[in-house]
Design a protein around this ligand. Structure first.
Ligand code: NAD
Ligand code: MG
Length: 398
């Protein structure tokens, strides 16, 4: 019998974190949990500790950590409670850990991702913003640490499953990568009414149930822009080899077109437990809990260009992926920082939906370098870009 694999889940209280626990619960003989981490959801973390018995629970926020420690003690649970950024890095790189699920939202997940990469872990990456911000610094840490970086984002898992097993063949055989996009909740909405969209409307996605930040990103298509950048780094393609097509049913999760124009795609029901299970079990397969695709019940699979209704202004943010990939080094990280600030402001009802793009655009326009070379450069760039975006925000809401 093989020994159990030990996992840390960064962001266990979120949408991806909970789906990961659901998959792991189906395979108790194969996995044990070293650490669960969250930002501030104390009661949910307490119930996860009671059910999954991790060795360690980490809260990013100190107040939440202290509160959790009291509750864990009161319930007599054998779980060590810690808090703060250093503790996140430690549970991501601890010697007893085999795999790390990176499911924190935003650039906040970068540091523990890099810690896991440097420690040579199997790094299951849902946290796309960490790779968008980290770029080459992230890839260098993976290479130097001897880590295995596996995509969890459904599109990137699909691409990974459609590529040859040997990455050395990718550049030789692949013509382009085609990412599918559902088009989000506003695919058919009159673009002139996008200014009236509420956070509740933006967060109700037609095919996927997700955290609030990625739901807003899906509605603006900034999620797809971040995914184009993510694909560039994961698969080493040039920006011109990356294409996006709208596929409203979310059945084809993405495709690889080879040099002979043969296309290989991965299909399935829209359920994140499939890419999560694949990342955990790769190169093997295991039960995920997702329903099987029923081709007899599938009415149609349709495709549209991203500006197909003649309204390129519906998704103005999508284009920023190629612009930043070809632009001044560091632009991708600036775009991510601006977008995090703008989305938080929209969810807080400080700016309108259509102003998210205005903040991103004007923050990018104000960026002129220098190129980031290491983690401290990236933190400085992220801090400065957030400062600029916050100033642009004030101009928008004035
Ligand atoms: P979520 O908001 O549901 O969960 C985020 C998790 O991160 C929570 O556990 C939260 O406590 C933790 N967290 C938030 N801020 C933190 C901080 N500053 N420090 C430490 N921890 C913090 O988000 P989600 O939908 O699960 O998405 C997580 C990541 O996975 C995102 O990067 C998202 O783009 C990506 N992703 C999600 C989906 C999906 O279906 N939800 C699909 C593909 C990719
Ligand atoms: Mg995705």
């Amino acid at each position: 019998m093989q020994s159990k694999k030990t996992i840390t889940i960064l962001g266990s209280t979120g949408s991806i974190g909970k789906s990961t626990l659901d998959v792991l619960a189906r395979h108790p003989e194969a996995y044990s949990i070293h650490a669960l981490t969250a930002s501030g959801q104390v009661d949910l973390m307490l119930s996860q500790c009671a059910r999954f018995r991790p060795a360690v629970a980490v809260m990013a926020r100190e107040d939440a950590g202290r509160m959790l420690a009291d509750k864990v003690k009161a319930e007599g649970l054998p779980v060590e409670v810690r808090w703060g950024a250093a503790a996140l890095d430690e549970v991501a790189s601890a010697v007893e850990v085999d795999a790390v699920m990176a499911a924190i939202v935003g650039a906040a997940g970068l540091s523990p991702c890099l810690a896991a990469a440097r420690a040579g872990k199997r790094l299951l990456l849902a946290n796309k913003e960490a790779l968008v911000v980290g770029g080459e610094v992230f890839l260098t840490a993976v290479r130097e640490g001897g880590a295995t970086l596996l995509p969890i984002d459904s599109e990137h898992s699909a691409i990974f499953q459609s590529l040859p097993e040997d990455p050395r063949a990718w550049s030789r055989r692949v013509h382009k990568i085609i990412l599918t996009a559902s088009g989000g909740p506003f695919r058919e909405r009159d673009p002139s009414t996008l200014k009236d969209v509420t956070p509740e409307q933006a967060c109700s996605h037609p095919n996927w149930v997700m955290g609030r930040k990625i739901s807003v990103d899906s509605a603006t298509m900034m999620n797809k822009a971040l995914e184009v950048i993510e694909a560039r780094y994961l698969f080493g393609m040039s920006p011109d080899q990356l294409e996006v097509v709208i596929h409203p049913q979310s059945v084809i999760h993405s495709m690889v077109q080879y040099k002979d124009h043969s296309v290989v795609a991965q299909l399935g029901t829209p359920d994140m437990r499939v890419p999560i299970a694949y990342g955990l079990s790769w190169p093997e397969r295991m039960i995920s809990g997702a329903a099987a695709l029923d081709f007899h019940a599938l009415a149609a699979m349709t495709f549209e260009a991203t500006d197909s209704q003649g309204h390129p202004e519906r998704f103005p943010g999508l284009h920023l992926a190629w612009e930043t990939l070809k632009g001044v080094p560091g632009s991708c990280a600036v775009l991510n920082a601006a977008n995090e600030v703008a989305v938080a402001a929209f969810l807080n009802r400080e700016i309108r939906f259509d102003q998210i793009h205005a903040v991103n655009r004007s923050t990018l326009d104000a960026w002129a370098g220098p190129e980031p070379h290491n983690l401290s450069d990236l933190y400085e760039l992220d801090r400065r870009a957030r400062e600029t975006a916050t100033a642009k925000l004030a101009q928008q809401s004035a």
